[in-house]
Design a protein around this ligand. Structure first.
Ligand SMILES: Cc1ncc(COP(=O)(O)O)c(C=O)c1O
Length: 352
C-alpha cells in the first residue's frame, strides 16, 4: 500500500452523508471513469472486495434463464460461471487449458451460436498469469452485453472500456491501485445501465438502489453506510495513478515483469503463461523440477518469514505446480524484482 494511501487512512473518519465525503465520492467516481476509460455511464466503488463486483454484475444482469457465455481458462472464469449458474443462468463455458489464453474468435462464435445475452471474460487471470485478449473479443461483439473482470489488470495494464466496447467492468482496490482490500470499483456503460434488472434478487447489490446514493448528482438516498475511510484511501490511490500518468504506470509494470522473467529464466525457471500473453502484474512460474508441495510451501514460508517477501502458490488445479509472483502498484519496481531474485536464487541454491 502506498504511503500516501496510509496517510489518507489515518485521517479522522467522515460520515457517509457529510458534504466533504460526498465530494470525495464524486471525485472517486470521476477518477474511475478516467481509469476505466469510459465517456458515458457510471463508475462507482462498491462496498466489498473484487468478488462482490463480480457477483454484483451477475445479480444485476442475470435472471433465471439468461444465456451466459463465460471464457474459462482459470479459477476466476470458473468462479464467474459458478456464480451465474447459482443465479439461474443457462451457462455455456468456453474452456481452455489453464495457462493458455482464450481464443476470442471461438468465444464470439460460441456467443452467437448460443444466442448469448451476456459474455464474460477475465482480462488478467490471476490464477495462471495469463493476459487474455479482451480487446479483440470486444471488436467481435454482437448484441450481447460484454462484462470484463479487470481485478488484476486495472492500473497495471492498458485498459479501455470505450475502445474495447466493454459494457461492464469491475476491479478491486488491493491489486494495481495499491490500496487495501475492501472496495470493488465497477463501471457501467449507458447501454449496460439500461439493461440493469428491475428488481435484482440481491437487495444489497442492487445497482439502481446503490446509484441513488453513490452516483454523482444523485439524490443521496441512504442505501448502506459507505466505508468512508476506504473511499478516501481510494481517492489517494487514484491521485497517485494520475500523477504518475497511466502510460508511465503501465510501462513501469511491464518493465518490472520483463526484468522478473529475465531473472527467473537465469535461475533456470520456466514461465507458465506463453510469451505475449503474460500479465505484467502477475507472473506465474513453474516450480523447479522435483520440488514437492511441502518443499514449495517451505520456500514460500522462508521468503515471508525471513525476508518479508510474499509470493503466492498455485490455486485449484495448479496447487503445487506453480508460484505466482505479483508486481502490482508500488511494488512493480526493479528493486522488488532484484530483491526477490537474489533471495530466491539463494534458497534454490541451498536445495542442491
Ligand atoms: C481476476 C480476479 N477476479 C476476482 C478476484 C476476487 O477478488 P477478491 O479476492 O478481492 O474478492 C480476484 C482476486 O484475486 C482476481 O484475481
Amino acid at each position: 500500500v502506498a504511503p500516501e494511501v496510509l496517510e489518507a487512512l489515518s485521517k479522522p473518519v467522515m460520515s457517509h452523508l457529510e458534504p466533504e465525503f460526498l465530494r470525495t465520492l464524486d471525485d472517486v467516481s470521476a477518477g474511475l471513469m478516467r481509469l476505466f476509460d469510459l465517456d458515458d455511464g457510471l463508475a462507482i466503488p462498491l462496498s466489498g472486495t473484487g468478488s462482490m463486483g463480480m457477483e454484483a454484475t451477475v445479480a444485476n444482469f442475470v435472471a433465471p434463464g439468461t444465456r451466459v457465455v463465460v471464457a474459462v481458462n482459470g479459477e476466476f472464469g470458473r468462479r464467474i460461471a459458478e456464480m451465474a449458474s447459482r443465479y439461474g443462468a443457462r451457462v455455456t463455458e468456453v474452456g481452455y487449458p489453464w495457462g493458455q489464453p482464450f481464443d476470442p474468435e471461438e468465444v464470439a462464435e460460441q456467443a452467437e451460436r448460443s444466442r448469448a445475452d451476456i459474455v464474460y471474460a477475465v482480462h488478467a487471470e490471476t490464477s495462471t498469469g495469463v493476459l487474455n485478449d479482451v480487446a479483440r473479443l470486444g471488436r467481435l461483439k454482437g448484441e450481447w452485453l460484454y462484462v470484463v473482470d479487470c481485478v488484476t489488470s486495472l492500473g497495471g495494464e492498458p485498459f479501455s472500456m470505450r475502445e474495447w466496447s466493454i459494457d461492464v467492468a469491475y476491479s478491486a482496490t488491493q491489486k494495481c491501485l495499491s490500496v487495501p482490500p475492501g472496495l470493488s470499483p465497477i463501471a457501467l456503460s449507458s447501454r449496460a445501465l439500461d439493461r440493469v434488472l428491475d428488481r435484482p434478487r440481491s437487495w444489497y447489490m442492487d445497482l439502481r438502489l446503490i446509484s441513488q446514493y453513490a452516483a454523482p448528482g444523485s439524490q443521496r438516498r441512504y442505501h448502506h453506510t459507505a466505508p468512508t475511510s476506504m473511499v478516501r484511501a481510494l481517492q489517494a490511490g487514484l491521485r497517485l495513478v494520475f500523477s504518475e500518468g497511466l502510460d508511465r504506470r503501465t510501462a513501469r509494470h511491464s518493465m518490472a515483469r520483463d526484468l522478473l522473467v529475465e531473472r527467473l529464466s537465469d535461475l533456470g525457471l520456466e514461465m507458465f503463461a506463453p510469451e505475449g500473453y503474460r500479465a505484467a502484474p502477475l507472473t506465474a512460474v513453474v516450480l523447479p523440477p522435483g520440488m514437492e508441495a511441502a518443499e514449495e510451501r517451505s520456500v514460500r514460508a522462508r521468503l515471508l518469514e525471513e525476508h518479508g517477501i510474499e509470493i503466492g502458490g498455485g490455486l485449484g488445479e495448479l496447487s503445487g505446480r506453480i508460484w505466482r509472483i505479483g508486481l502490482m502498484g508500488v511494488n512493480a519496481t526493479e528493486e522488488s524484482v532484484e530483491r526477490l531474485s537474489e533471495v530466491l536464487g539463494k534458497l534454490l541454491a541451498d536445495r542442491q
